[in-house]
Design a protein around this ligand. Sequence first.
Ligand SMILES: NC(=O)c1ccc[n+]([C@@H]2O[C@H](COP(=O)([O-])OP(=O)(O)OC[C@H]3O[C@@H](n4cnc5c(N)ncnc54)[C@H](OP(=O)(O)O)[C@@H]3O)[C@@H](O)[C@H]2O)c1
Length: 307
Amino acid sequence: MSLVSLFKGNGPSGFGARATAEQVTQGMSLAGKTILLTGCNSGLGLETLRVLSMRGAQVWGTARTVDKAEAAIKSVGATGAKGFACELSDPASVRSCVAAVIASGVQLDAIICNAGIMALPKLQQAFGYELQFFTNHIGHFMLVTGLLGQLSPTGRVVMLSSGAHTRAPREGIQFDNLSGEKNYRDWTAYGQSKMANLLFAKELSKRLAGTQKTANAVHPGVIATNLTRHMNPVIGAVFALARPLFLKNIGEGAATQVYVATHPSLATVTGKYFADCNVTPPRSDAEDSALASRLWAKSEEIVAGLP
Ligand SMILES: NC(=O)c1ccc[n+]([C@@H]2O[C@H](COP(=O)([O-])OP(=O)(O)OC[C@H]3O[C@@H](n4cnc5c(N)ncnc54)[C@H](OP(=O)(O)O)[C@@H]3O)[C@@H](O)[C@H]2O)c1
C-alpha cells in the first residue's frame, strides 16, 4: 500500500484507492466465466490474469505473441487460462485473434482491453496513423467490434483509459491530424488515445442499450509498470523511487478493471468512467455523444481501409 492510498477513503462503492484486485473479488467465484484480457503478460494485465484465474475464471489472455501469453499464464499458475497472439498494431494479428475466438464458439463474460503504450517520445506510425492512437484505440476497436457476437447476454466490455485522457487535445480527437504529423507531442498523443478509449466505451454502451451488456472505461491509478519504457530513463527512475510513497502497487492498480469486469453490483452500470473503483466524471468532452459517434464512424472508415 502506498502512502497516498493510505490517506484516501473509500467511495460509495465501499472500495477506494487502497483496494486490491484480490479484495474487490473477495468471496466471489468466477467459475464458469470466460474473460478475454489484452496485454496479459505485464503490469496490470499480469495481475488481472492472476487474480481472475485465482477466482476461477477462465482467462483468455492475449499478448503480442502466443509464446508471451503462454509464458505469462505459466508464471502466475493461471490454470485453465489460454494464450493467444494479438498484436494490436497489426490488423492481421487482431483479425486472427478474433477468428480464433469466434471459431471456439465461446461466450465471453467480459473483454478487458488492458494493453497499451504510453508517451512515445518521437512520432511513430502504423498504416499512416499515430501509433498510440492506432494501438490503444484502433487495435482494440477491431478486437471488440469483431467479438461483439461472442459477448454473453450479460457480457461487459472494460476499456483501460487513463487520467491522462485530460491531456488530449482541446478538440478531444484531432480528426484532421490522426497521422500525428502536425505538432507531435508525446503526452498529447497518449491523452488522445486514452480519450478515444473513453469515447469508444461511451458509444458502445449506447449501441448496447436495450441489452444487459455493458461498456465502461477505467483509470487504474498511477502505478510503476513497464508502461514507462518509452519515457526518459531519468523520469522512469524517479517514477520507481516514488513508487512506495505516491504510487499504487500492482494489486491496487489492477483493482478497478477487475472490479468493473466482475462485481455483481455493476450488472446494469454502463457508459461510465471509474477511478479507485468508483464512478467519477471524466473531462466533459469524453461525455460528448456526438464526438463519440464521430470517432466510431471514423474508426470504421479507418478499419475498412486497412490491409
Ligand atoms: N501504469 C499506470 O500508471 C497507468 C495509468 C493509467 C492507465 N494505464 C493503462 O493501463 C494499461 C496497462 O498498462 P500497464 O501499466 O500494465 O503497462 P505495461 O506493464 O507496459 O503493460 C502493457 C501491456 O500492453 C501490451 N502491449 C503494448 N503494445 C502492444 C501491442 N502493439 N499489441 C499488443 N499488446 C501490446 C504490452 O505487451 P509487451 O510487454 O509485449 O510490450 C503489455 O502486455 C494501459 O492501457 C495503460 O494505458 C496505466
